[in-house]
Design a protein around this ligand. Structure first.
Ligand SMILES: Nc1ncnc2c1ncn2[C@@H]1O[C@H](COP(=O)(O)OP(=O)(O)OP(=O)(O)O)[C@@H](O)[C@H]1O
Length: 451
């Protein structure tokens, strides 16, 4: 498979697949350039273009001339873009006259001494229940490195903000102490450093580089699996740094004891400071992230649209960012304002692969989220209006959007009588035609549930 290819996604869109040689570059391109690349490709192609980033298989890179030094290449769709309009390594600008923006530079980042991405700070990290512990611990380390929680081990699934968080610690420390010796690196970079120094027999250089740090931030240590020499060098660095009270922060996709093919003397040390998880973001956090990131792009995101996207894109923040980029690009491209209909259109591929079976349970959960009450209140006997009304709305939607009978719905709402459900359906249905605010809320809920 070539490093980049274009396919028609059917309908109005196209997909540009970009293969990147390693994880570090992949993350970098994704966080720094993906939005811009997608926007420019969309403008060039005259239709929505989705950028798909993936790691290139090793043999592809070795045999593809366009892989070049960065190993990245973009080929634009054939229509309406002219043949020959190929961006290689992101360096060759388009010949298209309409394009005013420069071609994005997807070359690897200029390697600063610290290798930190200055955009990834505590200010740009949205707090929430999902990252509360990890964020608090990280803030603590940034304020007083080498004192507590050493090493700090942060684990969690993909795209949940682990990399962001450790960059934030490095950036915060450097802001307070510009002379601090801080280094961020992906575990793969450590591995290749070890290999390089092993071949050149320059282990003293390796030691000098790592053992002198004040803060070592190392991402995705699960990549050390099966790399004995790397593990040994990391063990040495680890011991040297801890002995001089330098701080180490690591991330991984699993907790220390869950790591496979990594020496136990390392994994037990990983667990010796503080181990914290980052969970998938909860709904409020996803809404806040969408609104914040959209603001940062200079576009105000209506709350109902953020709710619609957040309800439908749940897996992780990276996917949420991808969905947001699509919606923003779609709105820019079509010169339409951002609303639920536009978001649904922009995300139709993504939404169609989700199971669109609307269940009463799903309605209860969505309505409870929307009105910020507990799902349990849908079945409870509580009667205050703040609870009873959302419950009636959920009953109304259950009747409208599912095939269930009134007694079945009553049963699912804590064993209520079918006349209670009928009353709710008539009441909300009747009010809907007169009350625009209620109508708008029902509209948002229906769109969200239908996806
Ligand atoms: N709480 C948050 N607030 C704002 N942006 C976030 C948050 N969490 C994650 N992100 C953003 O989501 C994207 C993915 O995050 P990041 O790369 O840090 O994830 P990760 O957990 O390191 O994933 P992986 O294990 O795949 O490397 C980044 O662009 C990051 O800035």
């Amino acid at each position: 498979m070539p490093p980049a290819e274009v396919s028609d996604a059917g309908g109005d869109g196209a997909v540009v697949s970009l293969r990147v040689p390693n994880r570090f570059k992949l993350d970098w391109i994704r966080s720094q350039y993906a939005g811009r690349i997608e926007a420019i490709l969309t403008e060039l192609a005259g239709k929505p273009v989705r950028l798909e980033l993936a790691l290139a298989p090793r043999d592809t890179l070795a045999h593809t001339p366009s892989a070049g030094s960065s190993g990245s290449a973009i080929i634009l769709p054939g229509q309406p873009v002219q043949a020959g309009q190929v961006l290689q390594n992101g360096m060759r600008a388009s010949t298209s006259p309409q394009i005013s923006s420069p071609a994005p530079n997807v070359a690897p980042p200029p390697v600063s001494r610290h290798r930190l991405n200055t955009a990834l700070t505590f200010d740009t990290l949205v707090p929430g229940r999902a990252n509360q512990m990890a964020r608090t611990a990280a803030l603590h380390v940034a304020g007083a490195p080498g004192v507590m929680y050493n090493p700090l081990f942060i684990y969690g699934g993909v795209g949940l903000g682990k990399t962001h968080l450790i960059h934030a610690v490095g950036n915060a420390l450097l802001r307070d102490k510009p002379d601090a010796r801080v280094l961020y690196l992906h575990a793969e970079q450590f591995i290749s450093d070890v290999v390089k120094n092993y071949q050149r027999k320059t282990f003293d250089e390796l030691k000098a580089k790592y053992h002198s740090l004040d803060l070592l931030l190392i991402d995705d240590v699960q990549f050390f699996a099966g790399k004995d020499r790397t593990q040994e060098e990391f063990f040495n660095a680890f011991e040297a740094l801890l002995a001089k009270k330098a701080h180490i922060i690591m991330t991984s996709d699993t907790y220390p004891k869950g790591l496979v093919d990594i020496d136990e003397r390392l994994t037990s040390r990983f667990d010796a400071g503080l181990t914290v998880a980052i969970e998938p973001p909860e709904l409020e956090m996803r809404v806040a992230i969408l609104i914040r990131k959209s603001d940062a792009e200079g576009t105000a995101m209506p709350e109902d649209v953020a709710f619609f996207i957040a309800k439908n894109v749940r897996a992780n923040v990276r996917e949420l960012e991808g969905a947001l980029r699509k919606v923003l690009a779609y709105s820019r491209f079509s010169h339409k304002e951002i609303n639920i209909a536009l978001a649904r259109e922009a995300l139709k591929d993504l939404l169609s692969i989700q199971n669109r079976q609307i269940s009463v349970e799903n309605i209860q959960k969505t309505v409870a989220d929307f009105y910020k009450i507990k799902v349990a209140d849908m079945y409870s006997k509580k009667r205050p209006a703040s609870i009873a009304r959302p419950r009636q709305i959920a009953m109304y939607l259950a009747k409208e959007l599912t095939q269930k009978s009134l007694p079945e719905i009553g049963e699912l709402f804590g064993g209520r009588d079918h006349t209670t459900v009928l009353h709710a359906v008539r009441k909300i249905g009747g009010e809907r035609s007169k009350n625009t605010e209620l109508n708008q809320q029902l509209h948002v809920l229906e769109q969200t549930l239908k996806g």
